[in-house]
Design a protein around this ligand. Sequence first.
Ligand SMILES: [Zn+2]
Length: 453
Amino acid sequence: MGETMSKRLKLHLGGEAEMEERAFTNPFPDYEAAAAAAGLSAGSAEEMGCVRTPPTTDEFGLPFHHDGKIIHNFVRQIQTKIKDLLQQMEEGLKTADPHDCSAYTGWTGIALLYLQLYRVTCDQTYLLRSLDYVKRTLRNLNGRRVTFLCGDAGPLAVGAVIYHKLKSDCESQECITKLLQLHKSIVCQESELPDELLYGRAGYLYALLYLNTEIGPGTVCESAIKEVVNAIIESGKTLSREERKTDRCPLLYQWHRKQYVGAAHGMTGIYYMLMQPAAKVDQETLTEMVKPSIDYVRHKKFRSGNYPSSLSNETDRLVHWCHGAPGVIHMLMQAYKVFKEEKYLKEAMECSDVIWQRGLLRKGYGICHGTSGNGYSFLSLYHLTKDKKYLYRACKAWLALFTFSPTSWYQRHHGFQHLNLALHREIKKVQRQLKYTLDQKPPDCLVPDTEPP
Ligand SMILES: [Zn+2]
């Protein structure tokens, strides 16, 4: 027994050392403790309008009032930081790679950032700046990739939206036409195109749904969307048959011959897209194909509440949007909305717990594999549940970005450009706090044929 115990201890200590290497220990008390320290019993006293200690501005206090409104000093802190970071970003862009046009790490990401600033502030200057940046990407389309995040669909979709907002309908339509010209290669089953979000069909589908959300329903016709959806479903059925998993996982996907789980390259990102109401997947397919596949992936969950990077990987290591709970949580929340079963919400909350414990990443600011992408999961869960615990966690994740993260432009600049798919429809007032996101390393999750970092 002594030996077993010492092995366990070693494993435990090893795990802690591993975690230390990847993430900062979260120094903040969780919401219940912070609320208690502020004189509230979390979730009850404030609703009853009891007299309470006002929220404090220090980093361990509550950053919002009982109605969820962010306190003035915290908002000011955020606004000051945004101004400062934008200046640093513009300076840094003078030496940035002129050829990287992607939304993921390039100029379209910058255009999207300014589009978001315009949306939040209604300041036309930001819209015009966004136009400047997207124009240079539209001159440099390379035809190599087809998705919103990493391919030509990103600049074309973002360009269409910016021109639409500027009432330049001809230019907007031109972008949409070019985007739809990619369609044929997407729906062709014989092509080598994968189905995942970063390089595959689901990433093209994202661009189509983005247009219908931002410009209006019908901008891309239903039949075009349906064809892409059908191609994704057929591809999932085929692999499931080949792997003899039709009973357990009717829609199975792989990328570079590995059955990835996470949002970027894996099944959760694809199921998330198929569950979007605008994708108009019929109820029968949702219930009989998508739902059992989701449940299959759910059963791969680690005890910690985190998820593996691929079905064959049993190491509980990565807590990123691309690989791990911060990406899977969005699928679970969507499954809860679509199927109305509590188990999905419960597991989304478990994801949030593991992100709170292990999600303040040393890798930096980025949305794909940095702290801000993890912070967004709290915001999304807050929007879904209205539980202030998650707003609290989102605010603390924002604070952590500037408490722990590097300060130089070089270290930050990648993260400025990383964009999370889940965000575009989550634009609410609290989002202002976490939009300006940075990272310090290149997106190494994109390196194929290796187990991701
Ligand atoms: Zn990543």
